[in-house]
Ligand binder design. Structure first.
Ligand code: 5GP
Ligand code: ZN
Length: 136
């Protein structure tokens, strides 16, 4: 998409600091890092969410995430990672081009786990939820 900022980064119209690139994906340093070595990995196909990305490209994206983490390991030697993406507006997605955040973690960095994103079970039991899934 011509007005998408991440498509512009792929085309080189907006500068970025590349960490990893292959035929289908690009990983670059986040402009507003929340951790030392905070990187976003994006598919080169414009897709707002995983629902618009083909299964084939999703597979390739997961390998690119692994390669990017391998490279961060080499350069920064973090002690762990949080990896994930804000999916949809309610999930905190601000750029409408699928991007996977990689947050390297270091002891003493005062960060949390993915469990700190939300803690609201919606008032429904695990058993009731399981029944809903059984119906599909
Ligand atoms: P979201 O909130 O959509 O999950 O994350 C978007 C991320 O993209 C943010 O962490 C933001 O800092 C980053 N970002 C937005 N615009 C740019 C840009 O032009 N260059 C780079 N390197 N990162 C950007
Ligand atoms: Zn795009």
């Amino acid at each position: 998409m011509s007005e998408c900022i991440f498509c512009k980064i792929i085309k080189g119209e907006i500068a970025s600091y590349k960490v990893y690139e292959d035929e289908n994906n690009l990983a670059f340093l986040d402009i507003n890092p929340h951790a030392k070595g905070h990187v976003v990995v994006i598919p080169k196909d414009h897709a707002e969410t995983i629902f618009e990305l083909s299964d084939e490209k999703m597979e390739k994206l997961s390998i690119a995430i692994k390669r990017t983490i391998e490279k961060i390991n080499l350069v920064l030697q973090p002690e762990g990672y949080n990896v994930g993406w804000n999916h949809g507006k309610i999930g905190g997605q601000t750029v409408p081009h699928l991007h996977v955040h990689i947050f390297p973690r270091y002891s003493g960095d005062q960060g949390g786990s993915v469990h700190s994103i939300v803690n609201n079970n919606g008032g429904i039991s695990v058993e009731q939820l399981a029944k809903k899934f059984e119906k599909i």
